[in-house]
Ligand binder design. Structure first.
Ligand code: ADP
Length: 544
């Protein structure tokens, strides 16, 4: 029997309409590309998103067309999220940190009709002139006074001029909730980048799932600063989640260094922030050196790569709780969050820290299984590991314009991660399957070895990679960036790991480098680190 309930579609525009109507005077604060802080509110966001939607119609865009964005977190980028998606187009956020060829490939593959870009990314566009020839417009997101000139791209359109001609009245169309609203390409560490095509339904359901107390715990009383860029999996859903509950949004623009972030946290009363571990290393080191603390910050959502326990401790010492989360571009992204349960309240501090450093428990809406080599679920004992598979309404079912589907196994999406689960459902990501060190038939978790190294006072950042070994197949090697003026030798490494991991898991060597390479989304670039290690091994072989 069919129920007698309204079948209202879940649409991105409904979030904006709600925020404008009931949280209209809640502020959105942005570090503008022009320099000064820009302030307006959700009612203004709605008006300007309507103007943008009218402008997109005037440019001749039709239902389903893709609109590319190359921009930092700011109010104009937010207007694109709503103006583009709300009018039935697809907001394609492009990661400007990718290699130029990849950006060109992505723009081509997505078939973008228009590009909206921050002025600072104009040099990237100028290298892609041939690919941009068929665009309906290239819009620079600034005002007339700050419009750059370009010989290579003479017909640039000014964002503010584009909007100024338009009415702020627009009827958001009621489309099927399964219509695509956003497109984000994976960083393509293996093969070409692949486009994950989000729907209105998946974006709204994901936002509803992450605002709850045990995930972001968002309310109208919060001030939210997404450090995670809007070009990285929709800034983990925060541009949809914050207006849904009427939380204040604080957009950092390009200023992601410790001093700038801390100043914004303090001046805007930020209570929740989110970003990858590498950004927090910079902030925490700067705060230590300046002896600063937080006045209002309560929660820090961290994901994208594993959070070392020492980072959770450092935030705790400053009065903020870390919410360690796991996700992927293909999972919108949030799938797991490590929020402790009431029964854990009486645990010793170290045990609580160990749990909070796991990647967490599935949030409602994400089902998962961890399968061994035989395809059957492994024991939930926190030790047995296998392939992590997930499914749910905000998990990708295919990629944009690619015949091959994501790796699926009987309706489950293959994450490519190796994981364990304990009896309470806490999942620990052991490694990406391609990063795990396979030594003498045993698997060694590079994440576990990195987390331990990260806690050493001399080490700023650590990576563990596998090198080929004639006897064992592969052996782990530790690569470290030291804090200024610090030393760390082979014996220090043996002392560090003694008693903490099995003897055969201890890395064979430690190599110190000035800097570790990161991907466009802030993860350690393991393939390149492996190359550095092999180069160093070859050099040492020549010397000896
Ligand atoms: P890309 O696949 O483009 O590098 P994603 O952001 O989609 O970018 O990366 C997803 C992967 O990042 C996951 O499969 C997992 O390996 C890793 N990851 C994400 N969050 C965590 C976390 N909290 N701990 C460990 N690894 C993580």
């Amino acid at each position: 029997m069919l129920a007698k309930m309204m079948n209202s579609p879940l649409l991105v525009s409904s979030i904006l309409r709600h925020a404008a109507a009931y949280h209209g005077d809640t502020e959105i604060v942005s570090c503008s590309v022009e320099g000064p802080i820009h302030r307006y509110n959700y009612a203004d966001l709605n008006r300007r998103s309507c103007k943008l939607a009218n402008a997109l119609c005037r440019l001749g865009l039709r239902f389903g067309d893709r609109v590319g964005t190359l921009a930092w977190n700011g109010h104009r980028h937010l207007e694109l999220y709503y103006g583009v998606s709300g009018s039935g187009l697809v907001c394609h956020t492009i990661n400007p940190r990718l290699f130029r060829e990849q950006i060109g490939y992505i723009i081509d593959h997505a078939g973008d009709s228009v590009i909206f870009s921050d002025p600072v990314f104009l040099p990237i566009l100028e290298t892609l002139v041939d690919r941009l020839a068929g665009m309906k417009a290239i819009v620079i997101m600034t005002d007339v006074a700050h419009m750059p000139a370009s010989e290579k791209l003479p017909n640039l359109v000014c964002y503010e001029t584009l909007l100024s001609a338009e009415s702020d009245d627009f009827d958001w169309p009621v489309v099927d909730e399964n219509t695509a609203c956003g497109l984000c390409y994976t960083s393509g560490t293996t093969g070409d980048p692949k486009g994950v095509l989000y729907s209105h339904r998946s974006a709204v359901l994901h936002a509803m799932a992450v605002v709850v107390p045990d995930v972001y715990g968002l309310s109208a009383a919060d001030s939210v600063l997404p450090v995670v860029p809007m070009f990285h999996v929709n800034a983990w859903g925060l541009p949809f989640a914050a207006p849904m509950v009427g939380a204040k949004l604080v957009m950092p623009g390009p200023n992601l260094d410790g001093a700038s972030l801390h100043a914004l946290f303090e001046s805007e009363g930020v209570t929740l922030t989110a970003g990858v571990p590498t950004v927090w290393l910079g902030l925490l080191d700067w705060m230590d050196s300046q002896r600063k603390c937080f006045s209002t910050l309560k929660r820090v959502a961290i994901g994208g790569s594993a959070v070392p326990p020492v980072m959770i401790q450092r935030f705790q010492d400053l009065g903020a709780t870390v919410r360690h989360a796991w996700g992927m571009t293909e999972t919108s992204p949030v799938g797991l969050v490590a929020t402790l349960l009431p029964k854990h309240a009486s645990l010793a501090h170290e045990q609580k820290l160990a749990l909070a450093s796991k990647q967490g428990r599935p949030i409602f809406g994400v089902e998962l299984r961890i399968d061994g080599d035989d395809g059957r679920p492994v024991a939930c004992d926190g030790k047995a590991f296998g392939a992590l598979r997930v499914r749910g309404p905000w998990v990708a079912d295919g990629y944009y314009n690619v015949a091959e589907s994501p790796a699926h196994s009987a309706g489950w999406f293959e994450t490519g991660d190796v994981a364990t689960m304990d009896e309470d459902g806490f999942v620990r990501i052991v490694d990406r399957s391609k990063d795990v060190v396979k030594s003498g038939g045993e698997w060694i978790s590079s994440i576990e070895l990195e987390n331990i190294a990260q806690a050493h006072p001399a080490i700023r950042e650590a990576a563990v990679v596998a090198v080929p070994d004639a006897r064992w197949g592969e052996r782990p090697v530790l690569v470290v960036v030291l804090k200024p003026g610090q030393g760390f030798d082979h014996q220090d490494m043996l002392d560090l790991y003694a008693g903490k991991v099995a003897r055969w898991s201890v890395p064979d060597a430690v190599i110190s480098v000035d800097e570790l390479p990161h991907t466009a989304t802030g993860k350690l670039r393991k393939v390149e680190i492996r190359r550095i290690v092999l180069g160093e091994y070859a050099r040492r072989a020549r010397v000896t």
